[in-house]
Design a binder for this molecule. Structure first.
Ligand code: NI
Length: 265
């Protein structure tokens, strides 16, 4: 079985393909049996995510504010204590995210992004729960803020849809992170990313769709969905010289080792 370790299954773009039930069924037909649904806005979106994950076995979600939304006044009112309370109330919440920094778009100011990211890191440090990190053109600050908030120890977590430098990859591994690859590694022009993926130890690899974004080949440009995970997993398997079945088993084991709160049914 495969696990999609990062998807946005209730995103408005994805509803064109079907509702949560039909997306989960389509994924199961491709042996994608578990999914982690990532929260981007706590105030507006979390109730919908909780509904979705409560009605499906082997679906879990995170709680967090995407760096794009870090400046949203409603999101700014959410404190560290609020996030801890939310996690303690809902068993199906197994991590914190989407978190991180995005200086490419700067939809929120870097200052607001830092406040939000530091808050998330501290929650993960205090609860020993994984952090899901989005990094774009902010590699050095991502590593620096994690080090600063954890006394250099790091936290458990994921560098999601990895597309940063090899240096960043090695630093993240050193801080205890797993590295998750999306459909980007199937793109023709992504040789650099494939070279990095080949260097990640097997027990630290994860695979994701980031649906509805970044559909893998042969669906590039289309709306992505969890059912497409095996297309990315196959490329990852080739890079590590193992079979797709072995990669499915390994990444599934890695997922459940990392997310201790995910109880498999
Ligand atoms: Ni995402």
């Amino acid at each position: 079985m495969w696990v999609d370790s990062h998807c946005h299954i209730t995103h408005k773009n994805i509803t064109e393909l079907g509702d949560v039930n039909s997306l989960v069924s389509a994924a199961r037909e491709q042996n994608v049996m578990a999914m982690l649904v990532i929260n981007c806005r706590i105030v507006e979106e979390l109730p919908t995510l909780l509904d979705a994950v409560h009605s499906h076995e082997n679906l879990w979600c995170t709680v967090g504010t995407h760096p794009h939304d870090a400046g949203d006044e409603n999101e700014k009112l959410i404190t560290e204590e609020n996030i801890i309370d939310i996690i303690n109330t809902h068993k199906k919440i197994i991590g914190v995210g989407e978190s991180g920094l995005d200086y490419h778009y700067n939809f929120s100011s870097p200052e607001d992004q830092h406040i939000s990211f530091r808050k998330h890191i501290r929650v993960c440090r205090d609860l020993d729960i994984p952090l899901v990190v989005h990094a774009r053109e902010a590699d050095d600050d991502i590593i620096r803020l994690i080090r600063e908030e954890t006394n250099g120890k790091g936290v458990r977590g994921i560098m999601h849809s990895f597309s940063s430098s090899e240096k960043m990859c090695m630093e993240a591994l050193e801080l205890g992170f797993h590295i998750s690859f999306s459909g980007m590694i199937t793109f023709k022009n992504a040789q650099n990313l494939r070279d990095i993926a080949a260097k990640v130890p097997l027990e630290r690899l994860l695979v994701e769709t980031d649906a509805p974004y970044l559909a893998p080949e042969p669906y590039r440009g289309k709306i992505n969905q969890p059912a497409y995970v095996p297309h990315t997993g196959k490329i990852l398997a080739q890079l590590k010289n193992i079979s797709s079945e072995e990669m499915a088993m390994q990444t599934t084991e890695n997922f459940f080792n990392l997310f201790e709160r995910a109880v498999r049914v």
